[in-house]
Design a protein around this ligand. Structure first.
Ligand code: PGA
Length: 253
C-alpha cells in the first residue's frame, strides 16, 4: 500500500513573507502525518525560511525546489544549483514541470541531466510528465507520457529509483480549471506504472508513487485518490490557501 502524498507547488506567487505566512498557517492545521505525506515547493528565495520554520516545529513536511540547474556550479548567471537548494533546506526538487518544458523549452535530455544532478546532490525528485492538448486529441497521450518517463529516468538505476516520485500533469489541465476525469488519469497512471515495471520490475514499480496534477481542488481530490494508481496530488492554485490545502491533505476525512 502506497502512502498518499500531497504536494503544494507555490510557483512564482508568494515572496518570502507570503511563503512564511502560508507555512505557518499550514503548520497550525491538524494533520495526521502517519496517514499522509505532505510537501511544499516555495520559490528559491523562500526555501530557507520555509524549511527552517518546518524544522523548528518538528513536522515531517518535505520541502522542494521548483527547479534546479543541470550544472553543478560555475558561471551560469541566474541559475541555482542542487547543492544550493540543499544547503537552503530543500530535501527534494520538482523537475520537468510542464511550465519548464513549455515556457522555458526544457527538453527530455536536459530534464534527465537535472534528475541525475539532483540525485547526486542528495535531493529526491518529483519528475513531472504530461501531454499537450494536441497530443491528447491526436491519440498519442499515453505514448508521449511513457516516452517522457523513459527519457527522464534514463540511467537511473535500481539504487536510486526509490528517491523518485512521478507526477502526471496533463498540460491542458494545469491552471485551466480542467481536470482529467479520474478514469482518464487512472488510465495514464496505469501506463506509467507499466513502464516503470518494464524498467525496474514489478516489485519496485509497485512502490513508486505517481501523483496527479492539474486543477486538483478540495471537491475533486477524493474521486481521484480513490483510483488504484493515483497515489497523491501535485497542486498549484489550491495549495496557496491554507484552508484549501488542509482539505486536500485531509481528503480522507
Ligand atoms: P494547478 O497546477 O493545480 O494550479 O492546475 C498544478 C501544477 O502545475 O503543479
Amino acid at each position: 500500500m502506497r502512502k498518499p502524498y500531497i504536494y503544494g507547488n507555490w510557483k512564482m506567487n508568494l515572496d518570502m513573507h507570503g511563503s512564511s505566512d502560508l507555512i505557518s498557517s499550514i503548520l497550525s492545521v491538524k494533520i495526521d502525518y502517519t496517514k499522509v505525506d505532505v510537501g511544499v515547493a516555495p520559490d528559491f528565495s523562500s526555501l530557507y525560511k520555509v524549511s527552517q520554520t518546518i524544522k523548528q516545529m518538528g513536522y515531517p513536511i518535505s520541502v522542494a525546489a521548483q527547479n534546479i540547474s543541470a550544472e553543478e556550479k560555475g558561471a551560469f548567471t541566474g541559475d541555482v544549483s542542487a547543492a544550493m537548494v540543499f544547503a537552503a533546506g530543500a530535501d527534494s526538487t520538482i523537475l520537468g514541470h510542464s511550465e519548464r518544458r513549455m515556457i522555458f523549452a526544457e527538453g527530455d535530455e536536459l530534464i534527465n541531466q537535472k534528475v541525475k544532478t539532483a540525485l547526486r546532490n542528495n535531493l529526491d525528485v518529483i519528475l513531472c510528465v504530461g501531454e499537450t492538448l494536441d497530443e491528447r486529441e491526436s491519440g498519442v497521450a499515453a505514448d508521449r507520457v511513457v516516452y517522457q518517463v523513459g527519457m527522464g529516468l534514463k540511467d537511473i538505476g535500481m539504487d536510486r529509483i526509490n528517491r523518485v516520485t512521478l507526477a502526471y500533469e496533463p498540460v491542458w489541465a494545469i491552471g485551466t480549471g480542467k481536470t482529467a476525469t479520474p478514469a482518464d488519469a487512472e488510465d495514464i497512471h496505469g501506463k506509467i506504472r507499466t513502464q516503470l515495471s518494464k524498467m525496474y520490475g514489478p516489485v519496485v514499480a509497485e512502490k513508486i508513487r505517481i501523483l496527479y496534477g492539474g486543477s486538483v481542488k478540495p471537491d475533486n481530490v477524493s474521486a481521484l485518490m480513490m483510483r488504484e494508481n493515483i497515489d497523491g496530488a501535485l497542486v498549484g492554485g489550491a495549495s496557496l490557501d491554507a484552508t484549501s490545502f488542509a482539505k486536500l491533505v485531509n481528503f480522507n476525512g
